[in-house]
Every structure is written in structure tokens, then in C-alpha cells.
Design a protein around this ligand. Sequence first.
Ligand SMILES: NC(=O)c1ccc[n+]([C@@H]2O[C@H](COP(=O)([O-])OP(=O)(O)OC[C@H]3O[C@@H](n4cnc5c(N)ncnc54)[C@H](O)[C@@H]3O)[C@@H](O)[C@H]2O)c1
Length: 371
Amino acid sequence: MRKTKVALAGSGFIAHIHMESYMRFIPDAEIVAVFSRNEANVAAFASQYNIPAYFTDYDTMLNETDCDVVDICLPNFLHHQATLKAAKKGLHVIIEKPLCITLAEADEMIAACKKANVLLMYAEELCFAPKYERVRTLVTDENAVGKIYMLKNSEKHSGPHSDWFYDVSQSGGGVLMDMGCHAIAWMRWVLGGNPKIKSVSATMQSVLHTHRSKGEDNTVVVIEFEDNVIGVAEDSWARHGGMDDKIEVYGDAGVAYADLFQGNSALTYSLNGYGYVAEKAGDSKGWSFTMFEEVFNQGYPHELMHFIDCVRNGKTPLVTGEDGRAVLEVIYAAYASAGTGKKIHLPFTSDVEVPVDLWLQEGIKRRKAKL
Ligand SMILES: NC(=O)c1ccc[n+]([C@@H]2O[C@H](COP(=O)([O-])OP(=O)(O)OC[C@H]3O[C@@H](n4cnc5c(N)ncnc54)[C@H](O)[C@@H]3O)[C@@H](O)[C@H]2O)c1
């Protein structure tokens, strides 16, 4: 069987992670083209990974490339247009998180992919991270902790690497859009994929990045699921010391904890400093948590391998555009809760330009896609 041909949109941080995953772990996929707006960057990226074609115009890539799939690794505000254009060309789409900026965009993306009869996979790697998957099978298939009554996820570092994350007209919001989405998707996955959510409460603040962003950089979200389960998501761009991602599952017969980064690393003391420590880790002098197989441990190869298998064998992805929309709905509700000081009951929608408006209540104009 021929390889599945992938066109990659974006050549930044996550695009490198996807490339490592494809090249090391997914022999059934072949990356045939890459698009990014900066010619020097995209040419260097193509050369680094031996990708035969590169483009600085997305439409030209779609028009001139023979491919089956578009893998979208662009800033959040471009997800909607990039997906609609790929679907129009009859191409399957895997889209990085968050699904898009607004619920209206989410609905259009889902409808466009359905109409074109192409897959839309929501790339949530925590649903594939091997350690978290072991915990999920423990607490679901093997009844290790009894009846689950509370789930927690926390993901924290000291702030993203690119300016667009801090511009809420391009990102839609702060750390809740960027990392809270992981917690919500992971909790839904542990609770069977599509659990009913009764209400969302949240509180948030700006701590470290007030000079460069209107978005929040520290959040706590409490989700009341059906069947008396509480979900707690703590997400921060205000925590120094490198990437931290942990889960806790509490049941009436036990508890399970898992730590993807610091509790998973080699503990190193170095007077001289050394090469790479871990995502957003900063200095390597003194004590550091040295990560190994960072991309593998987070589940990216498993996520992309699953998608390529779905494309090749006509399967439905286990995380879909509908899941991405459900996550976005909780994000809207969390911003609305933090903005009003009230518990928000689902279903919830709003016609705000960007989700963080529901917290800021000041009507930020959305950056329109220029693709
Ligand atoms: N799954 C995860 O854990 C994870 C981690 C990081 C990022 N992401 C997601 O991946 C997406 C990309 O994030 P990133 O960290 O790679 O960002 P990045 O800034 O590192 O890279 C963004 C890429 O998009 C291109 N780009 C930026 N603005 C553009 C524009 N106006 N027009 C065309 N191209 C443009 C850049 O040139 C670059 O190639 C985001 O949606 C982000 O939320 C997911």
C-alpha cells in the first residue's frame, strides 16, 4: 500500500514535534510539502526534514500538492480558514488544539468536513500519552480506584515561546485557551469520551505577563460532570521551573497519580550546564529535571499514528472536531464564570469575538485569517 501523503501547515514549535513523530515512528506517512509564511524559515525546515516542496502561500500548497492530509500547526486564529480550505479540496484534516477561536467557527469546520466527507481529528495528545493512557485503562477497564469522584489535571510553565499566544486577537485567550483545553479533553476522555457536563466555575488572574497580554495567565476551573464527578483543571503560564503536567484520579477505592515531566525525568546537578533540559526549562546549571523521549512520552507519535491509521483504514478518530467543540464550550463557560462570578450551566454559547471577552468583558476585535 502506498504511503499516506501529508502536507504540513506551519514550521514552528509544534510542527517540529509532528515531524519528529512522523519521521521516527510513522513509516506509513510521507511528508510531501510544508507551508509557512517566512521563506527562509520554511526552506530551512524543508531542508532539515528532506521535505520535497515548500510554499509561502497556503492556497498554492493546496493547489499544487498531491496529498491526502493536511496537518495544521498554525496559530489558533488561522485554524478555521485553514480547515475550510483543506476540506474544500477533499483533504483529511488533523488540527492542533484549540480547535479554533469561536464556537461558530467550530460548527463551520465540523460541517465543512462532514460535507466533504473528510476526517477532522482534534489533536489532543494527552488522550494518547502512554503514562496517562495506562492510568485511564487502570481506572476505567480495570476498576483500580473504584467509582471515580474527582479528576485533576494541571499543566504549568512560565509562558509560551511566540508573540501571537499573548495577542488575544490571535489566540482567543490566555492559558485557558492554550493549556486548559488539554485538561478538559483529557477529563472527557477518561469519563468515556462524551460525558454530560452540568456546570463550570472558574477563577483566573494575570500574574506574570500583564505587560504583554490582556489574557489570563493563571486559572482554576471546576467542572461538575454528570454522575457526581468533579473535574479540576489548574493551568498556568506564571509558574517558573519548566514544563509541569500532572494528573490525579480519585475513586472510592483508590487513587492514581501520574506526572509526565518532572516526576518522569532524570534529576541532574550540573556546575557547567549542559544541552537540552526540557520544554521551557530555562537554565541547566544547578539542579534540573532532565527529560528523555519528550515527544514520545507526551503521546504525539501515538496521536499521529492513530490519525494516519484512520485515514488509511476509514476509521473514525477517537478525538474529533465535535470533541474540540465540546472543549471550547467549556472554555467559553469558564471565561463567563470568571467574568460574572457565577457558576455557568451548560449548554452555553455566546457571540463574543474571542472567548476571553467573556472574562474581560471589553470586546476585543478578532484578527481575521490571512492565509
Ligand atoms: N498539542 C500541544 O501541546 C501544542 C503545543 C504547542 C502548540 N500547539 C498548537 O499548535 C499551533 C501552533 O503553535 P506553535 O507553538 O507551533 O506556534 P509557533 O509560533 O511556534 O509556530 C507557528 C507557525 O505558524 C506560522 N504563522 C504564524 N503566524 C502566521 C500567519 N499570520 N500566517 C501564516 N503563518 C503564520 C509561523 O511562521 C510558524 O511556522 C497552535 O494552535 C498551538 O496552540 C499545541
